[in-house]
Design a protein around this ligand. Structure first.
Ligand SMILES: NC(=O)c1ccc[n+]([C@@H]2O[C@H](COP(=O)([O-])OP(=O)(O)OC[C@H]3O[C@@H](n4cnc5c(N)ncnc54)[C@H](O)[C@@H]3O)[C@@H](O)[C@H]2O)c1
Ligand SMILES: [Zn+2]
Length: 386
């Protein structure tokens, strides 16, 4: 056997700014000078349709930015507007459209693809960019609270295939992620709130002080005040990135996924509700199920469980959905099928992260179905009493 070790080092850069395409904002200029400082690379920009229509000057601003900074980079073409939201990940022809555009613009391995949009459009375009020419440098500009604090700052991309979520995709560290908080201002209310739950999630598994900070800002977060949102999204992004960089498994070869706390039930709830319950709201309910389950199993004390549930509710999330009781194939609530599907998604052994104390996590490899059902009934009663 011939065995050689190939060592690869990746730099994961996350930048925070406002009005990134204002002519005086040097974030992009400085970024493009980091590598290949003596070249003038070509850049092709993709923009999520909803972001373009909510920010009417955006396309003109991007083109003007290209002109002002022509000594640093060349716009390979006019910005390309693409559909966003989950449906864009269900249509593989859109991947081919992105490849087409990259080919037409004659991008090469020294060029850059920029993508501005929600997590779904980032997943689509970054997949196309990371497979074109075996990988073109790409910069993500997430525009939702969820993607700025969680999905968009990761190292994965992909689209849905065979009717399965993210079935085709790759692990590919973006050249950079640029979080421009101004984009959050054009988000609809539900989308503005959604990202807060991932911040609470990552605080629960990693950072007690941050959890307490979120509690302190609960009223401002409930009313979706921009300043509070920015603080929470920024810290959430930092904690997610810290986990990816230092957690020991950035490309998810093992079965543990601490960042998926509350997600086994959340993914299933999204599916049962035919995606009428969006990801953030599903995660709030999924975490509530695991918190009450942990209390019933003696993993979490009742007082802490109540404290976390109350915070989730104060911020405006429900902790129960009638879809939790929808019956599945076996006559039991379909939500229970989520456990086996989560195991398949991880590959290998079922590994569910639970929270025994705020800021700490444990892993369990089985869950008691009767106790899960009891937790669902408990949450149903809680909602009825509220
Ligand atoms: N790659 C990863 O590691 C990772 C991790 C978590 C989630 N995700 C993926 O992210 C997706 C969810 O992303 P999301 O929560 O950002 O939602 P999204 O991309 O579905 O966006 C929600 C809606 O808001 C619109 N929108 C986005 N930004 C806007 C803005 N600033 N103003 C107005 N409208 C705007 C979008 O067009 C879309 O219609 C899912 O497909 C999920 O699988 C990926
Ligand atoms: Zn999530």
């Amino acid at each position: 056997m011939l065995e050689k070790i190939i060592r690869l080092e990746h730099t994961h850069r996350i930048l925070f700014t406002r009005e990134v395409f204002a002519p005086r904002n040097n974030t992009i200029r400085d970024l493009l000078r980091l590598e290949q400082p003596h070249k003038i690379p070509r850049v092709l920009v993709f923009v999520d349709e909803a972001v373009a229509s909510a920010n009417r000057d955006l396309i003109d601003d991007i083109m003007a930015y290209g002109q002002v900074h022509a000594e640093t980079f060349t716009m390979a073409d006019d910005p390309i507007v693409i559909p966003g939201g989950e449906p864009c990940k269900n249509d593989f022809r859109l991947v081919e459209c992105c490849w087409d555009a990259i080919n037409e613009a004659a991008l090469d391995r020294h060029s850059y693809v920029f993508v501005i949009g929600g997590g779904a459009s980032l997943d689509l375009v970054c997949f196309a960019a990371s497979t074109a020419h075996r990988g073109i440098r790409h910069v993500r500009f997430p525009t939702t609270t969820l993607s700025q604090g969680d999905g968009g700052v990761g190292v994965k991309n992909g689209v849905n295939y065979f009717g399965k979520k993210n079935w085709v995709g790759s692990f590919s560290v973006p050249f950079a992620v640029v979080n421009d908080f101004v984009f959050l201002e054009s988000l609809p209310t539900r989308e503005r709130r959604n990202g807060i739950i991932e911040a609470i999630k990552v605080a629960l598994i990693r950072d007690r002080a941050f959890f307490e900070q979120v509690e302190g800002m609960a009223d401002d977060l409930a009313s979706l005040k921009q300043e509070a949102l920015e603080k929470v999204v920024q810290r959430s992004a930092e904690l997610h990135v810290e986990h990816i960089a230092t957690g020991g498994d950035p490309f998810e070869l093992g079965s543990a996924r601490p960042l998926d706390f509350g997600h086994w039930a959340a993914h299933k709830l999204e599916q049962i509700s035919k995606f009428s319950v969006p990801h953030g709201e599903a995660v709030a309910i999924g975490m509530a199920v695991d918190l009450v389950y942990s209390r019933m199993q003696g993993i979490l004390d009742a007082e802490t469980c109540e404290r976390v549930l109350r915070l989730i509710e104060r911020i405006g999330f429900a902790t129960y959905s009638p879809h939790l009781m929808d019956t599945g194939r076996t006559g039991e609530p379909a939500i229970l099928e989520g456990l086996e599907e989560f195991r398949e998604h991880l590959g290998g052994e079922l590994t569910v992260t639970l929270v025994p104390k705020i800021g700490e996590k444990i892993e369990v490899h089985e869950m008691n179905r009767v106790k899960i059902l009891n937790a669902l009934v408990d949450l149903k009663q809680r909602q009825a009493e509220a």
